[in-house]
Design a protein around this ligand. Structure first.
Ligand SMILES: [Mg+2]
Length: 286
């Protein structure tokens, strides 16, 4: 019997360490062997990995997906992207990571990108890196006629309040990512907030994510399932979850290039070598 789930805490983002995750996983697997159930771990990566494995086992997680993804680029890739526009001509959505370095150069490149690929939709992720003034400088340097093609900027400013003020001043939509993982976060409608980024490995179990997505949709907001640098195995599960729970939204899953190999399942279009289970180290077995 195969029960497969990926538990991959992300260094610097997950609050749980790898050692904690290994200990907790053994506790949870022992619990499952005894009772046939796994109660959600308080460590999000463990809760998500275990719940996905059980959902695979009991057929709850549908197998279908179309592997769609917003193409992910950083500032350094952007020039290459403009030289290779054919790569993205038929794609609807590109996501660009920005930071407070080279704000004007980045916005100039974004203008060039819109000029080269008309009607491209852009998601921009600032990871809370910009001051309020920097965020305004950035957006003011993007030609007015292109701004409507920016679907959202993820967490533009250092604080939530500044990001909301930025949305009020500029009319640019905001997506929340880091904010939703804060202890005191309460999901609500707020001016300019249109989208919530869901990174299950950093958030929790499949049922928790599913409930959260329902609440997001009830508020009239979009939920975007996104990866946290999981392996190709985890990405294929995330892709199926996205197809199941957010079928009308393109997920943020374009992170396979940050791996040096694939794991068990192949990510479409990726030519990295594929490791199988017997290539991995066994930590525990029943
Ligand atoms: Mg983000």
């Amino acid at each position: 019997m195969k029960v497969e789930g990926e538990i991959s805490p992300l260094f610097g983002f997950s609050r749980e360490t790898l050692d904690q995750v290994i200990d907790e996983s053994i506790i949870k697997l022992t619990e499952w062997l005894k009772t046939g159930l796994i109660n959600d771990s308080c460590f999000p990566s463990v809760a998500f990995g275990c719940s996905c494995a059980l959902a695979e086992l009991n057929g709850e997680l549908p197998k279908q997906t179309n592997y769609s993804k917003a193409l992910l680029y950083t500032f350094d890739d952007l020039k290459k992207l403009i030289l290779n526009v054919n790569k993205i001509k038929n794609k609807k959505i590109v996501k660009i990571k920005i930071n407070n370095n080279k704000i004007l150069k980045t916005s100039n490149l974004i203008n060039l990108l819109f000029e080269t690929i008309p009607k491209l939709n852009l998601r921009i992720d600032a990871n809370r890196s910009l001051t309020f003034n920097e965020a305004n400088t950035f957006i003011n340097n993007i030609n007015v006629q292109y701004r409507g093609y920016i679907d959202f900027i993820e967490e533009p400013c250092k604080t939530y309040e500044e990001s909301i003020q930025f949305a009020k001043n500029t009319g640019i939509n905001i997506a929340l990512d880091e904010s939703i993982r804060e202890v005191n976060f309460k999901l609500k409608s707020d001016f300019g907030v249109t989208t919530i980024i869901i990174k299950p490995t950093l958030i929790g179990s499949l049922s928790y994510c599913r409930d959260l997505i329902k609440k997001i949709h009830l508020l009239g907001l979009n939920a975007v399932i996104s990866s946290s640098f999981e392996s190709s195995f985890g990405l294929t599960q995330l892709s199926r979850i996205a197809y199941w729970l957010t079928p009308n939204t393109i997920p943020g899953l374009d992170t396979i290039m940050y791996n040096d190999s694939q794991l068990i399942r192949v990510w479409p279009g990726c030519f990295l070598p594929v490791k199988q289970l017997n290539d991995l180290k066994i930590i525990w077995k029943s």
